[in-house]
Design a protein around this ligand. Structure first.
Ligand code: HEM
Ligand SMILES: *[C@@H]1O[C@H](CO)[C@@H](O)[C@H](O)[C@H]1NC(C)=O
Ligand SMILES: *[C@@H]1O[C@H](CO)[C@@H](O)[C@H](O)[C@H]1NC(C)=O
Ligand SMILES: CC(=O)N[C@H]1CO[C@H](CO)[C@@H](O)[C@@H]1O
Length: 305
């Protein structure tokens, strides 16, 4: 296991390497230091309050930030850091390209919020609440995308995950297109080559894929996202052989043959805590989605588990 100081060195080096300029947006830690000095404590206060009452809102808020970044890619970098194998997860999201577009409302129901993979995004109201609070203290200054990035960090910390400095200075996007979200988000039935390609297209490495998938250490999934692995894997009413058979039994009790709507914990036993157990489960063939299990199908990704 690497020492903490080595880890910090790695983080700082990487942050330096990626913290250039994207799309004319220059992001930096403390971007609002002059214009809205109370922003970060304010957001944290709201997050802590909300999460203490509704801890299950933490996962969807982290996920929302991921979706926002992933759809509007360009130069964003979003990554955890796995040291050695899976000893410590360090999450570092310094992104340049997430523009809050996932938050836009569209009267015609065609914005990213309405696209299929987003149907299970929850917690938009927290972003609205934090944004409203920011508007009160410094009107017209702070972008939604920055709020979302700060909230994602603060909810992660609130569920015992790592802290990271959030670079701010994003400008909000104006367009939010449903087909774009559908097209660019990865499906839970993706195989390893699709996953690697999808991440590569967004400037993310194979290691980023493994580390970021660790976001599934918190939260829940609907049966619909993996139901076919239990009951109709290849269309012959079979079960996915790559899934641990004891785990299959447990999942079948929660998701009956025709049940697509029930929910299960993604990281059974510690789905409310941001820890590294996700990686241990995946290695034990207990990854919930095909996209989780797929990390075992490739020499490079498997090496991290
Ligand atoms: C690698 C590609 C990924 C795929 C295919 C994927 C897919 C999914 C799916 C299908 C769900 C369940 C939705 C539902 O049925 O309700 C989910 C939930 C979740 N994902 Fe991912 N995901 C990916 C990467 C990520 C990343 C990078 C993060 C964050 C760093 C993340 C964080 C989450 C969280 C926290 C939840 C739980 C949400 C909740 O409790 O409401 N995912 N993901
Ligand atoms: C992975 O999935 C893609 C898209 O469905 C498919 O074209 C490709 O053949 C698959 N690759 C492997 C190795 O199964
Ligand atoms: C299983 O999959 C096959 C092929 O996709 C499909 O034709 C069949 O209706 C499915 N069966 C059930 C019970 O869902
Ligand atoms: C929980 C949440 O906000 N998700 C939204 C995803 O999209 C559907 C369809 O528009 C909304 O009804 C949900 O509220």
């Amino acid at each position: 296991m690497a020492s903490i100081s080595t880890l910090f060195f790695q983080l700082i080096t990487l942050a330096f390497a990626f913290n250039i300029v994207a799309n004319g947006q220059s992001l930096k830690v403390g971007y609002y230091q002059e214009t809205c000095p109370d922003l970060e404590p304010l957001v944290k206060e709201i997050v802590d309050q909300v999460i203490s009452i509704s801890p299950t809102l933490a996962p969807p808020l982290l996920r929302m930030h991921f979706h926002d970044c992933f759809v509007r890619v360009r130069y964003q970098n979003l990554c955890f850091h796995v040291t050695g194998s899976v000893s410590i997860i360090f999450l570092l999201i310094y992104m340049q390209g997430c523009d809050g577009s996932v938050l836009l409302e569209s009267p015609a129901k065609k914005s990213e919020k309405d696209a299929d993979p987003n149907l299970s995004l929850r917690g938009f109201e927290i972003i609205d609440q934090a944004k409203a609070a920011a508007e009160k203290v410094c009107p017209g200054v702070v972008s939604c995308a920055d709020i979302l990035a700060l909230v994602a960090r603060d909810v992660t910390v609130a569920v015992k995950g790592p802290f990271w400095e959030v670079e701010t200075g994003r400008r909000d996007g104006r367009a939010s297109i449903k087909s774009e979200a559908l097209h660019k988000l990865l499906a839970p039935f993706s195989n390893i080559s699709t996953l690697k390609k999808g991440f590569k297209k967004r400037g993310l490495s194979v290691k980023d894929l493994v580390v970021l998938s660790g976001g599934h250490t918190i939260g829940i999934s609907h049966c619909s996202s993996f139901h076919y692995r239990l009951y109709n894997f290849t269309g012959r009413l079979d079960t996915d052989p790559s899934l641990d058979s004891k785990y299959v039994k447990k999942l079948k009790m929660k998701c009956k043959p025709r049940d697509q709507n029930s929910i299960v914990e993604m990281d059974p036993g510690s789905f409310e805590t941001f820890d590294e157990s996700y990686f241990r489960l995946v290695a034990k063939r207990r990854g919930l989605f095909k996209s989780d299990a797929a990390l075992l199908d490739d020499i490079e990704t498997k090496a991290y588990l």
